[in-house]
Every structure is written in structure tokens, then in C-alpha cells.
Design a protein around this ligand. Sequence first.
Ligand SMILES: Cc1cc2nc3c(=O)[nH]c(=O)nc-3n(C[C@H](O)[C@H](O)[C@H](O)COP(=O)(O)OP(=O)(O)OC[C@H]3O[C@@H](n4cnc5c(N)ncnc54)[C@H](O)[C@@H]3O)c2cc1C
Length: 295
Amino acid sequence: MKVEDIKTKERIPLKKYVTFGIGGEARYLAEPRTIEEVKALIDFAESEGLPYFILGGGSNVLFPDEGYEGLVIRMAALSQIEVDGEYVIAEAGVPLKRFILVARDAALSGPEPLIGIPGEVGGSIVMNAGLREREIGELIESVTILTYDGIIEDLPPSELGLAYRSSKIQDVGIIVRARFKLTPGDQEHIDQEIQRFLERRKATQPYGVKSAGCVFKNPEPDVSAGFLLDKAGLKGFRKGDAMYSDIHANFIVNLGEAREEDVRFLIEEGKRRVYELFGYELEEEIVLVENPGGL
Ligand SMILES: Cc1cc2nc3c(=O)[nH]c(=O)nc-3n(C[C@H](O)[C@H](O)[C@H](O)COP(=O)(O)OP(=O)(O)OC[C@H]3O[C@@H](n4cnc5c(N)ncnc54)[C@H](O)[C@@H]3O)c2cc1C
């Protein structure tokens, strides 16, 4: 496999590929269609000393305004999915919504609470995305990883270091595929649950606007970052076109042309106020990408 054969573009605005709508240009952006292509790109980047970043649905990342002077590997074209009895096998770039609907069509239950989370399978496992009722990690039978040494291996969930909105997968390599074990159920009931969770989400979160989901992790299971930010008066607090949502204080929304620096300012201000008022040191849930620079 030659790296020149893989669909790669130069100087691509990253804001098009992230739900926040923020970010300068990627020096290179590649969209591998197969696991072999992912491997060829990683081998190429490693051998050339080219910094690279793996991009899923882009729903949890903040890219720098000055862009990413390296290779962004976007996983969206790795999008095969199949059902095998009670198992669903999905490649990393399959959107969560598609995974949930394929499972529903096969009358398989488990992922319904995740509806409305705009990520892909790979990125969602890395972040162990979820909500009180369900985390994606609970559904995993095994995950296929391309290690940084170029080896493809299947790991069980016990070896993924899954925790609240985090995992240790990125210490080992890149997710290329996952095998989920679901529970046979009644299709109509599954459909109702999907609708119920979607409606609840629409009622409690800013929906259909540019954001990257929750900015901070909850500092304790029963202490919500959104509650603390609200009490610290951050709802509606704005810098440029970036603003703490007035619907849910743990969301920063991009009202138009928000810049990374505006968001970073709001993040620091949120941390400062919550620490001063409540003594909690908030930790980011969103991934703040640094520009490796120097190409
Ligand atoms: C409106 C909205 C609502 C949201 N609601 C929720 C919610 O309820 N619960 C929740 O947990 N999250 C929520 N999020 C956050 C986000 O959707 C999840 O974290 C999501 O699952 C991230 O997946 P992604 O594919 O977009 O990953 P990305 O944002 O693209 O990437 C996240 C991280 O994973 C890495 N990564 C991506 N793919 C791979 C791969 N294949 N292999 C290795 N590393 C990879 C990236 O390098 C990055 O570090 C919400 C976001 C939005 C915008």
C-alpha cells in the first residue's frame, strides 16, 4: 500500500469537520477507507516524523485557530457495519446514530440511551461516551486496535482502561473496529426508548447549535459541573461569539465565528470562578488539541 494512493488533501479548514465549527487549517487531511490504509498512513507519519491526530466525528475537540501543522487522519470513511446474531461489528468511523439504528433494525437493545451523541464508534469508545443510564464501554465485547508498532490486536474491555469519560486506549494505539454484545429485545420498545432519550436530550441540552458537548467532567458523581457553573453565574457569559449556553451551563456554544482563543478564555474563567466559589478544580472533558507546529 503506497501512501500516495490514499485520499489526502492539503490545507483543509478543520472547522468543517468539527461540531464546534472552530479551527484553522490542517497541513494534510487523509480519509483512509480501510484498516490497511490507516496502517500505511501511520507508518508513513512515524517514518517521516510527521505529527498526526486521529479525528472521529469531531464532536469533542477544540482545534487551534492557527490550525494543525501535521496530518489529521479522519476516520469517517472506515464505516462498515454488520450484525452477527447478538453482536454488532462496527468500524471506527460508523456514526453512533447509525450503530443505534442498525441495532434497532435487528431488534437488539443496549445503545438506545446514546442517541443524540454526535460521535463515531471509535471516538466514543476512546471517550467512553455516555450518560447516567449507559456508557458505551458497557456494550463492548472487544475492540480491534492498530498499535503504534503496527500490530492489529483484539482487546477485551478489561484491558481498555475504561473510566468516566476516558480510557487508556490512546496509550496503545488507534481503534479501527469494535464488536458489541447487545441484548435481543422488542423492536417497538427499542424505538420508543430511542425517541424518549432523544426528546429528553432536546429538552435539556442546546440542540442543533455548534458546540463540543460538555466542556468539563463532573468533579464527583453527584456533583454536576453544569450546576456549579450555573451557580457561578456563567450561563450566558460570552467572549466574542463563544458563550456559556443559557440552557445548560456546561456547554459552550459557537454563536457564529467563535475563535479557539475565545473558548479557552471562557474555560479558564469557568475554572477560576468555580474554584474560588466551591473549591473544585474542574477538568476539561473536551480535547484541547495543540498545534505541533514546526513543519
Ligand atoms: C451536542 C453534543 C452532545 C454531546 N453529548 C454527549 C453525551 O451525552 N455524553 C458524552 O459522553 N459525550 C457527549 N458529547 C461529546 C462527544 O459527542 C463524545 O465524546 C463523542 O463520543 C466523541 O466522539 P467523536 O467520534 O466525535 O470523537 P472526536 O471528538 O473526533 O475525538 C475525541 C478523541 O478521540 C480520539 N479518537 C477519535 N477516533 C479515534 C480512533 N478511532 N482511535 C483512537 N482515537 C480516536 C481523538 O483523537 C480525540 O482525542 C456531546 C457532544 C455534542 C456536540
